[in-house]
Design a protein around this ligand. Structure first.
Ligand code: FAD
Length: 405
């Protein structure tokens, strides 16, 4: 039998790649190998409606199980790829078996950064949110009256804080940087979300360094700050960023540097091996880029499928992202990398606003909070290379459609 196309990692990117390969007419053997027990599922609800209990498990799956059978995609779960032998076109599985491939796509995703055991990172009651098991472990802990400390004021931490606050926990977010969301957004967006959380009684402590976690009998009892203060806590959620799962590639001798290095066509440094999604570090406009989003996982994986099927186009992402906190839907279009000015456009409803990012006079990204039109029009304008007049944009009474026409 012919060697299969192997997709390593059973997540968003692999499911998208497999679907695209079939859509483009690949009818040969196709195998997805995933170390988790679950079929590919969507992670965004893990820190939103799934952990809060509002969304059932079945709704998380990217495709129903029957789809893999119908499409003759062999889904092998609970199996980790332990080693990759690029010259031999083979992988070794964690049960010792070897499997040949004709082409291989690394879609191994990423994992959360953790706090070291030396500072209490392994105490009971300390969680990260990456997979179903994490969310299933956190959900029963979210009981009214308990004290939660969220370590890290990025989107995942803030989403978890919102869910917990709505369940009646006393929530404190501690952020080392001067402001929450500093890595990903401009100050007006941070200000918006700080105010939103404070309105829901969440304490936001910025410029606050963590010294360690303290516990008793192996269970968390508090969080020690750099100034020596100990904040009592029943549980902590750590959201301090993610690391790409690039070890398999590194150990196989592939080029790796903060993710698996791929060219604009998703090719790694080894023949017939591609990478896509959170684990891939790609060239975009000459700059090394790693995007941690559903948009990128889907589009880049589909692009890799296109290249495997003989395409030659460069991957040109159209970044978009979202976050849900309380009744605010944040939608982000574009990538604000290197922005040098912003314009705030007040919304017409309470809790609505959009923040527009410019680099050297060119409009590059927008954060739209409860502003679906600003998001939709902004996204179109970025893709068309149009830049609105900043002064007119700041006037909430100006007509956005004509500004972006
Ligand atoms: P993953 O979905 O991580 O899948 C990779 C899989 O590969 C994992 O199951 C992993 O266990 C497996 N694997 C790794 N190594 C091996 C191996 N050696 N052998 C076998 N299997 C292996 N994005 C947004 O756009 N919007 C959001 O609102 C948003 N919210 C998020 C909230 C949370 C809590 C999290 C965790 C992520 C969120 N994201 C969001 C990010 C988004 O989910 C990821 O960018 C996306 O899942 C990446 O897909 P992927 O296929 O690259 O990786």
């Amino acid at each position: 039998m012919a060697d299969p196309i192997l997709l390593v990692g059973a997540g968003q990117a692999s499911a998208s790649c497999a679907a695209k390969l079939r859509a483009l007419g690949y009818d040969g053997p196709l195998v997805i190998l995933g170390e988790e027990q679950a079929a590919p599922y969507q992670r965004p609800p893990l820190s939103k409606k799934y952990v809060s209990g509002e969304l059932a498990l079945e709704r998380l799956f990217v495709r129903p199980l029957s789809w893999y059978a119908e499409e003759k995609i062999e889904l092998r779960l609970g199996i980790r790829v332990a080693a990759l032998h690029a010259d031999a076109h083979e992988v070794t599985l964690d049960d010792g078996r070897r499997l040949r491939y004709r082409q291989l796509v690394l879609a191994t995703g990423s994992r959360p950064r953790r706090l070291a055991p030396e500072i209490g990172g392994d105490l009971g009651g300390v969680f990260t949110v990456r997979n179903l098991a994490d969310a299933d472990a956190i959900a029963p802990e979210l009981q009214a009256g308990r004290r939660l400390i969220v370590i890290g004021g990025g989107y995942i931490g803030l989403e978890a804080a919102a869910v917990a606050a709505q369940k009646g926990l006393a929530v404190t977010v501690i952020e080392m940087a001067d402001r929450i969301l500093q890595r990903v957004a401009a100050a007006p967006t941070s200000d918006f979300f700080r105010a939103l959380h404070q309105a829901h009684n969440v304490a936001i402590r910025e410029a606050t360094g963590l010294a360690g976690l303290v516990g008793e009998g192996g269970r968390l009892t508090g969080v020690r700050l750099r100034d020596g203060t100990v904040l009592p806590a029943d549980l902590a959620i750590v959201g301090i960023g993610i690391l790409p799962n690039d070890e398999l590639a590194r150990e196989a001798g592939l080029a790796v540097d903060g993710g698996i290095l791929v060219d604009a066509q998703c090719r790694t440094s080894a023949p017939d091996i591609f990478a896509a999604g959170d684990c891939a570090n790609f060239l975009w406009g000459g700059v090394r880029t790693r995007l941690e989003s559903v948009q990128n996982a889907i589009d880049q994986a589909e692009h890799a499928a296109g290249i495997i099927m003989g395409g030659s186009a460069d991957y040109d992402p159209k970044p978009w992202f979202w976050s849900d906190q309380y009744d605010v839907k944040l939608q982000i279009a574009g990538l604000n990398r290197g922005y040098d000015s912003t314009v705030v456009r007040p919304g017409k409803r309470p809790q609505s606003q959009s923040v527009w990012y410019f680099r050297a006079g060119h409009f590059i990204a927008v954060d739209a909070m409860n502003e679906a039109l600003a998001y939709a029009l902004g996204k179109k304008a970025i893709e068309a290379g149009k830049s609105p007049d900043p002064a007119a944009l700041a006037d909430p009474n100006s007509d956005l459609k004509s500004l972006l026409a």
